[in-house]
Design a protein around this ligand. Structure first.
Ligand SMILES: [Mg+2]
Ligand SMILES: [Zn+2]
Length: 193
Protein backbone atom coordinates (compact mmCIF):
# COMPACT_ATOMS: atom_id res chain seq x y z
CA UNK A 1 0.00 0.00 0.00
CA UNK A 2 1.22 3.48 -0.84
CA UNK A 3 2.25 5.75 2.01
CA UNK A 4 1.22 9.32 2.49
CA UNK A 5 3.79 12.00 3.26
CA UNK A 6 4.20 15.44 4.69
CA UNK A 7 6.71 17.22 2.45
CA UNK A 8 8.61 19.74 4.54
CA UNK A 9 10.43 22.80 3.33
CA UNK A 10 13.67 23.28 5.27
CA UNK A 11 14.82 26.92 5.67
CA UNK A 12 12.13 29.12 7.25
CA UNK A 13 9.96 26.10 8.06
CA UNK A 14 12.07 23.64 10.13
CA UNK A 15 14.94 25.99 10.90
CA UNK A 16 15.54 29.73 10.78
CA UNK A 17 16.18 31.04 7.24
CA UNK A 18 19.65 32.60 7.45
CA UNK A 19 20.42 32.48 3.71
CA UNK A 20 22.82 29.90 2.25
CA UNK A 21 24.14 28.23 5.44
CA UNK A 22 27.19 26.11 4.57
CA UNK A 23 27.76 24.42 7.93
CA UNK A 24 25.59 22.72 10.53
CA UNK A 25 26.73 25.30 13.11
CA UNK A 26 24.59 27.85 11.20
CA UNK A 27 21.44 25.70 11.30
CA UNK A 28 19.09 26.93 14.02
CA UNK A 29 16.29 24.35 14.26
CA UNK A 30 13.03 25.80 15.66
CA UNK A 31 12.52 24.09 19.06
CA UNK A 32 9.03 22.78 18.15
CA UNK A 33 10.22 21.11 14.93
CA UNK A 34 11.17 17.89 16.76
CA UNK A 35 7.68 17.50 18.22
CA UNK A 36 6.15 18.30 14.82
CA UNK A 37 8.15 15.51 13.14
CA UNK A 38 7.37 13.08 15.99
CA UNK A 39 3.66 13.77 15.45
CA UNK A 40 4.03 13.12 11.71
CA UNK A 41 5.76 9.81 12.54
CA UNK A 42 3.06 8.83 15.04
CA UNK A 43 0.31 9.62 12.53
CA UNK A 44 1.84 7.03 10.18
CA UNK A 45 2.84 9.64 7.61
CA UNK A 46 6.31 10.03 6.11
CA UNK A 47 8.32 13.16 6.93
CA UNK A 48 10.24 14.15 3.80
CA UNK A 49 12.31 17.32 3.45
CA UNK A 50 12.34 18.91 -0.02
CA UNK A 51 14.64 21.92 -0.17
CA UNK A 52 15.90 24.26 -2.89
CA UNK A 53 19.62 24.74 -2.32
CA UNK A 54 20.76 26.88 -5.22
CA UNK A 55 23.60 28.05 -2.95
CA UNK A 56 25.41 24.95 -4.25
CA UNK A 57 25.08 26.07 -7.88
CA UNK A 58 25.91 29.63 -6.87
CA UNK A 59 29.23 28.39 -5.47
CA UNK A 60 28.30 29.42 -1.91
CA UNK A 61 27.88 25.91 -0.46
CA UNK A 62 29.90 22.81 -1.30
CA UNK A 63 27.63 19.84 -1.97
CA UNK A 64 29.64 17.74 0.53
CA UNK A 65 28.93 20.37 3.21
CA UNK A 66 25.22 20.36 2.35
CA UNK A 67 25.13 16.59 2.72
CA UNK A 68 26.96 16.87 6.04
CA UNK A 69 24.35 19.41 7.25
CA UNK A 70 21.61 16.93 6.33
CA UNK A 71 23.34 14.00 8.08
CA UNK A 72 23.66 16.10 11.22
CA UNK A 73 20.06 17.32 11.03
CA UNK A 74 18.84 13.75 10.69
CA UNK A 75 20.96 12.73 13.71
CA UNK A 76 19.65 15.67 15.77
CA UNK A 77 16.05 14.62 15.02
CA UNK A 78 16.92 10.97 15.80
CA UNK A 79 18.25 12.01 19.22
CA UNK A 80 14.87 13.65 19.89
CA UNK A 81 12.95 10.53 18.89
CA UNK A 82 11.87 12.05 15.57
CA UNK A 83 12.48 10.34 12.22
CA UNK A 84 13.12 12.17 8.94
CA UNK A 85 12.26 9.62 6.24
CA UNK A 86 14.01 11.41 3.41
CA UNK A 87 15.88 14.58 2.56
CA UNK A 88 15.85 15.74 -1.08
CA UNK A 89 17.55 18.88 -2.36
CA UNK A 90 17.91 20.76 -5.64
CA UNK A 91 21.50 22.07 -6.00
CA UNK A 92 20.97 23.65 -9.43
CA UNK A 93 21.27 27.25 -10.53
CA UNK A 94 20.52 28.32 -14.09
CA UNK A 95 23.41 30.81 -14.19
CA UNK A 96 25.93 28.61 -12.37
CA UNK A 97 29.60 28.90 -13.28
CA UNK A 98 29.92 25.24 -12.29
CA UNK A 99 28.83 23.12 -15.29
CA UNK A 100 27.50 20.23 -13.17
CA UNK A 101 25.00 22.57 -11.48
CA UNK A 102 24.10 24.83 -14.43
CA UNK A 103 20.76 23.41 -15.33
CA UNK A 104 17.20 24.49 -16.09
CA UNK A 105 16.07 21.58 -13.95
CA UNK A 106 12.73 20.06 -13.07
CA UNK A 107 13.65 19.56 -9.40
CA UNK A 108 13.70 23.19 -8.25
CA UNK A 109 10.44 23.97 -6.45
CA UNK A 110 7.80 24.82 -7.71
CA UNK A 111 8.66 22.08 -10.24
CA UNK A 112 7.70 18.62 -8.96
CA UNK A 113 10.97 16.69 -9.48
CA UNK A 114 11.93 16.16 -5.83
CA UNK A 115 8.46 14.89 -4.92
CA UNK A 116 8.36 12.60 -7.98
CA UNK A 117 11.72 11.12 -7.00
CA UNK A 118 10.61 10.68 -3.38
CA UNK A 119 7.32 9.12 -4.53
CA UNK A 120 9.20 6.58 -6.66
CA UNK A 121 11.76 5.75 -3.96
CA UNK A 122 9.46 5.75 -0.92
CA UNK A 123 6.20 4.65 -2.61
CA UNK A 124 4.25 7.83 -1.80
CA UNK A 125 0.63 8.57 -2.66
CA UNK A 126 1.09 12.22 -3.72
CA UNK A 127 -2.59 13.32 -4.02
CA UNK A 128 -3.19 12.25 -0.42
CA UNK A 129 -0.05 13.94 0.88
CA UNK A 130 0.67 17.38 2.34
CA UNK A 131 3.25 20.11 1.90
CA UNK A 132 4.36 22.63 4.52
CA UNK A 133 6.42 25.66 3.50
CA UNK A 134 6.90 29.41 3.83
CA UNK A 135 7.21 30.59 0.22
CA UNK A 136 4.99 30.91 -2.86
CA UNK A 137 7.09 28.28 -4.65
CA UNK A 138 6.39 25.82 -1.83
CA UNK A 139 2.64 26.30 -2.18
CA UNK A 140 2.87 25.98 -5.97
CA UNK A 141 5.00 22.84 -5.57
CA UNK A 142 2.31 21.36 -3.33
CA UNK A 143 -0.38 22.21 -5.88
CA UNK A 144 1.75 20.85 -8.76
CA UNK A 145 2.01 17.45 -7.05
CA UNK A 146 -1.72 17.58 -6.17
CA UNK A 147 -0.93 17.50 -2.45
CA UNK A 148 -2.52 19.86 0.07
CA UNK A 149 -0.25 22.87 0.63
CA UNK A 150 -0.01 24.61 4.01
CA UNK A 151 1.69 27.98 4.43
CA UNK A 152 3.55 28.71 7.67
CA UNK A 153 4.11 32.28 8.86
CA UNK A 154 7.71 31.69 9.92
CA UNK A 155 10.53 32.50 7.47
CA UNK A 156 9.07 34.41 4.51
CA UNK A 157 5.52 33.34 5.36
CA UNK A 158 4.05 36.79 6.02
CA UNK A 159 5.38 38.23 2.75
CA UNK A 160 4.07 35.14 0.98
CA UNK A 161 0.46 35.78 2.09
CA UNK A 162 0.44 39.04 0.09
CA UNK A 163 2.05 37.44 -2.97
CA UNK A 164 -0.34 34.48 -2.90
CA UNK A 165 -3.33 36.85 -2.72
CA UNK A 166 -1.99 38.89 -5.66
CA UNK A 167 -1.59 35.72 -7.71
CA UNK A 168 -4.94 34.26 -6.65
CA UNK A 169 -3.34 31.14 -5.15
CA UNK A 170 -5.01 29.58 -2.13
CA UNK A 171 -3.16 27.29 0.29
CA UNK A 172 -5.31 24.61 1.94
CA UNK A 173 -4.46 26.21 5.28
CA UNK A 174 -2.31 28.91 6.87
CA UNK A 175 -0.64 28.01 10.20
CA UNK A 176 1.52 30.13 12.46
CA UNK A 177 4.32 27.56 12.45
CA UNK A 178 5.25 23.97 11.59
CA UNK A 179 3.85 22.45 14.78
CA UNK A 180 0.46 24.10 14.24
CA UNK A 181 0.53 23.00 10.60
CA UNK A 182 1.08 19.38 11.68
CA UNK A 183 -1.68 19.62 14.29
CA UNK A 184 -4.03 20.82 11.54
CA UNK A 185 -2.96 17.89 9.29
CA UNK A 186 -3.64 15.39 12.08
CA UNK A 187 -7.08 16.88 12.70
CA UNK A 188 -7.81 16.58 8.95
CA UNK A 189 -6.68 12.97 8.99
CA UNK A 190 -9.12 12.21 11.81
CA UNK A 191 -12.03 13.53 9.76
CA UNK A 192 -11.21 10.92 7.06
CA UNK A 193 -11.65 7.91 9.33
MG1 LIG B 1 11.69 28.15 3.04
ZN1 LIG C 1 17.31 21.00 -9.60
Amino acid sequence: MKKRAVFLDRDGTINRDVGYPDSYSLIDIFPYSYEAVRKINQAGLLAVITTNQSGVGRGLIKEDNLQDIHRQMKAAFDRQGARLDGIYYCPHYLFSKLPEYKKDCSCRKPFPGMALQAAAELNIDLPNSYLVGDKVEDILFGLNIQARPILVLTGYGRQSITKLKQQGINPAHIASNLLEAVEWIIAEEKTKI
